[in-house]
Design a protein around this ligand. Structure first.
Ligand SMILES: [Zn+2]
Length: 183
């Protein structure tokens, strides 16, 4: 009977989701981290991208890097997602200036912003979360700072630190650019 099959599938899915949530809570407990501090990691793993979160007690930010491991002989691979969580991050230094267009989740247009090429930062606590799509595993590990990021991850750090500081970036928009046709 179709309706029974459907219910069975729903039930199996719900059961998996519940046990996933249970494992998630256990991981948070095992790591001895405040659940609020872990929120940006969950968002980054579930919805992708970089996230920051702030309460009256803490600031937390998660920055995602993607690393593709590809075997040229086998012609197959996977994209590893490395999410670094910083609890109460402290920016140590920045290097360089890069102009780029960025789209923030809270805005509906891309903006021209300036980001450092390299950033060095530390935090009260740093957790590394590595999602491996081939093994279907999320590896969690506490690591020591300070850490240095460059390129995309550095732009992400700068963007999220700005959110935590509460500063609103007001850059230029695409409609302020000029078209130049080679003629
Ligand atoms: Zn943003």
């Amino acid at each position: 009977m179709e309706s029974t099959d459907y219910t069975q599938l729903d039930y199996d899915k719900l059961k998996k989701q519940l046990s996933f949530n249970f494992a998630e809570n256990k991981a948070i407990k095992d790591l001895q981290i405040k659940p609020d501090a872990f929120i940006p990691v969950l968002f980054s793993l579930k919805f992708g991208g970089d996230w920051s979160f702030k309460t009256s007690e803490l600031e937390a930010m998660a920055v995602k890097e993607k690393i593709t491991r590809y075997n040229e002989v086998e012609e197959e691979g996977y994209t590893l997602e490395r999410v670094t969580l910083f609890v109460n991050p402290i920016l140590i230094s920045t290097e360089g200036k890069v102009l780029r267009l960025e789209k923030c989740g809270t805005k509906n247009e891309r903006e021209l912003v300036e980001r450092p090429f390299r950033v060095k930062l530390d935090a009260e606590d740093i957790i590394l979360a590595e999602l491996n799509p081939a093994a279907m595993e999320i590896h969690l590990e506490r690591i020591k700072g300070p850490l240095t990021f460059e390129g995309s991850a550095a732009y992400g750090v700068s963007h999220e630190m700005e959110h935590l500081a509460g500063g609103e970036h007001t850059g230029k928009f695409i409609w302020e650019f000029k078209y130049r046709v080679q003629g």
